[in-house]
Ligand binder design. Structure first.
Ligand SMILES: *[C@@H]1O[C@H](CO)[C@@H](O)[C@H](O)[C@H]1NC(C)=O
Ligand SMILES: *[C@@H]1O[C@H](CO)[C@@H](O)[C@H](O)[C@H]1NC(C)=O
Ligand SMILES: *[C@@H]1O[C@H](CO)[C@@H](O)[C@H](O)[C@H]1NC(C)=O
Ligand SMILES: *[C@@H]1O[C@H](CO)[C@@H](O)[C@H](O)[C@H]1NC(C)=O
Ligand SMILES: *[C@@H]1O[C@H](CO)[C@@H](O)[C@H](O)[C@H]1NC(C)=O
Ligand SMILES: *[C@@H]1O[C@H](CO)[C@@H](O)[C@H](O)[C@H]1NC(C)=O
Ligand SMILES: *[C@@H]1O[C@H](CO)[C@@H](O)[C@H](O)[C@H]1NC(C)=O
Length: 580
């Protein structure tokens, strides 16, 4: 086929172009704040600087979204019975010589306000609040310490204590606002596009307050820290739903040395989101019941938390149980990763506004269905995750806790086709299980050629441009088709919303999952689908479930649901990706 010749010619051409520029960016190792934050546990936080002049906050890494969420000053000011150090508890640093209750919008000159929206972080488990959105400068780490600072990043100022400590979003998903025309780039995507990191990927472990000595969290953007985990060669494909790319089946949960000795706590394999956005584990009722018995827990129906009284707490410390969570797509033990957690990981306290005085509790919550089941930050204390958006895959590992004198071993994750020539591919991302069939591997590698590489070519040969464009388009389509074929056919995940207006992301090596939303939607846009062959329109609810089918021709009905209101605020019809 003539096409193959063109392809061969072009691929050699491209490798030359890539090889010419060997100054690929290095991964960014995001230093932690050395401080433990949280009202629902002790979490190792990271520093962000927001605005001009800069206001500094400690935040927690969150896998669900791509935004910078910080407490807003009005929150502490208006909260009833707030402790006097409320601002500090929520992660605000002293600003211009005085204690800060939170972000002061009137004090930043670079702020561009967007408006008040529901954040939609994890509404299905009530981890959500409304926030004042705007664009502002966001920098990582303390000033002048080498942390990148990017302009016009999405910042959410949250008053409500539901999201008590701020968050740094690790997802490359853009944010969408019903009042703005274009989706706003996430911090991670901008880092990659501005050539600060080699790929949209990260490695993260939350740290462990209960270890002696305490070990802080570790976050690497564009790579991972090999010194912080035991490698395994099991890689999982992203879920087709880009709201929850890192999802896995829990095959079993067992515990040793409990009140009932060795117990199996989870009997039926359960599909869960692996999500550092929320602190707790959300598991089915029957699993919670078994935890309750084996760990001497008491359910507090006012806070929906499992508390543990002093007697039981003391007994648990003596028994020192361990919990083993087995994660894998099948029950095949060679394809499973076991994460072992000591009791200390679950020995946490809840304080204001849950309780006036700190109370010992067990970070487990009763989940009703698959949309709620989650392994939250508590598990990340003993788990290291490597998420690679350019290939749409991730891996999880037992975390290691090297002493502080040991050097980190930061490894880069490259977009396929952009690796520096002599170096082999990083180990944990090579594997047996690929999200795409092997026939599409070359296609996906070629489609991953970055804007930078293409830029190099343009400089070299203007004649090639049209060809590249055509080819990238062609290959991209092929890759997308293959992905569609290989992805889940679960009816919940079956909603397709893929439009060519988003192919720019795919051409920069970005994984473009099928599924709802090419963006993180604020003001809840509910939309429907253009299927491969026949156009179909569905109305869906905020959990992306289909409410009822509607018939139409290549159009897509968009329902926007504003603020905290239920259902219809506005209904538009979209055609070929545009609002009519
Ligand atoms: C090579 O990449 C660096 C950034 O990594 C960039 O500043 C430089 O302009 C590039 N050079 C060429 C020739 O493309
Ligand atoms: C910003 O608002 C706070 C009160 O919320 C006030 O104390 C401060 O003076 C204001 N700053 C400016 C520059 O207006
Ligand atoms: C994965 O690692 C195990 C040992 O850790 C090894 O036995 C197995 O062959 C490896 N599989 C592949 C495909 O590399
Ligand atoms: C502590 O909790 C356990 C388990 O819920 C319960 O059996 C026991 O009575 C409680 N003890 C006290 C002193 O409340
Ligand atoms: C909570 O539990 C208490 C006692 O166990 C009970 O009296 C009360 O009705 C419960 N409240 C709710 C909302 O279930
Ligand atoms: C899951 O459970 C929650 C809480 O009961 C409920 O609001 C939601 O509709 C359920 N979702 C599905 C998909 O069943
Ligand atoms: C994002 O916003 C733009 C402009 O309002 C709209 O065209 C697009 O469909 C939105 N994307 C999603 C996923 O809702």
């Amino acid at each position: 086929m003539a096409f193959h010749h063109v392809c061969l010619f072009l691929s050699s051409f491209l490798s030359i172009a890539v090889a010419q520029n060997d100054s690929l960016p290095k991964p960014f190792s995001f230093s932690n704040s050395q401080i433990w934050d949280g009202n629902d546990g002790k979490w190792s936080s990271f520093l962000v600087r927001v605005g001009t002049p800069e206001q500094t906050f400690r935040v927690l890494p969150a896998s669900r979204h791509g935004e910078t969420i910080i407490p807003i000053a009005e929150g502490c000011e208006k909260m009833r019975n707030a402790p006097s150090n409320c601002g500090d508890l929520r992660g605000s640093y002293v600003f211009q010589g005085t204690e800060s209750d939170g972000f002061q919008v009137n004090e930043t000159q670079s702020w561009h306000q967007i408006g008040i929206y529901e954040m939609g972080i994890r509404p299905e488990i009530g981890f959500d609040a409304s926030a004042l959105y705007g664009l502002d400068n966001v920098g990582l780490q303390v000033a002048n310490s080498g942390g990148p600072t990017l302009g016009n990043m999405v910042v959410a100022g949250v008053a409500q204590p539901t999201v008590f400590v701020g968050q740094f979003g690790l997802s490359p998903k853009p944010s969408n606002f019903s009042g703005l025309n274009s989706p706003q780039k996430s911090f991670m995507q901008k880092l990659r596009d501005d050539n600060h990191i080699p790929s949209v990927s990260y490695g993260y472990t939350a740290g462990a307050y209960y270890k002696i000595p305490k070990v802080h969290g570790s976050l690497t953007l564009g790579g991972y820290d090999q010194s912080r985990f035991t490698p395994n060669n099991i890689t999982f494909p992203f879920d087709a739903d880009d709201d929850r790319p890192t999802s896995l089946t829990v095959q079993s949960i067992t515990a040793q040395n409990t009140l009932e000795r060795t117990v199996t706590l989870l009997l039926d394999a359960t599909y869960v989101a692996i999500d550092s956005t929320v602190p707790h584990m959300w598991l089915p009722d029957d699993v919670c019941d078994r935890f309750e018995k084996s760990f001497g827990l008491t359910y507090d129906n006012k806070t929906d938390l499992y508390t543990i009284n002093d007697t039981m707490h003391q007994q648990m410390l003596e028994l020192n149980p361990t919990i083993t969570i087995s994660l894998g797509e099948t029950s095949d033990p060679t394809a499973c990763v076991n994460i072992v957690l000591p009791y200390g990981a679950f020995d946490v306290q809840a304080s204001f506004p849950y309780y006036k005085e700190a109370v010992n509790y067990f970070p487990l919550r009763r989940g009703k269905n698959e949309t709620q089941y989650t392994l939250g930050r508590v598990v990340f204390q003993e788990m290291y995750i490597v998420a690679d958006y350019s290939q749409g895959q991730f891996s999880v590992h037992q975390a290691l806790f090297p002493s502080t004198v040991e050097e980190p071993q930061i490894k880069a994750i490259y977009v396929p086709g952009e690796e520096p020539k002599p170096e082999p591919k990083p180990e944990p991302t090579t594997n047996t299980k690929k999200p795409t069939p092997s026939t599409s591997q070359t296609a996906s590698a070629k489609a991953g050629i970055s804007g930078r590489a293409i830029g190099g070519i343009i400089a070299g040969s203007i004649a090639g441009i049209g060809l590249i464009g055509f080819l990238a388009f062609f290959l991209l389509r092929r890759r997308r088709r293959n992905r569609q074929r290989s992805s889940k056919t679960n009816s919940e995940h079956n909603l397709k919303l893929e439009r060519d207006m988003h192919s720019s992301q795919a051409s920069s090596g970005m994984y473009t999952p099928k599924g709802f939303g090419n963006g993180f939607v604020h003001g809840r846009t509910l939309c429907a689908t253009e299927a491969d062959d026949a156009a179909q329109v569905f109305e869906v609810d905020s959990q992306h479930r289909r409410l009822h089918e509607l018939s139409s021709q290549s159009t897509c009905i968009v329902h926007e649901i504003g603020g905290g209101e239920r259902m219809k605020v506005r209904t538009d019809v979209m055609q070929a990706g545009r609002r009519i």
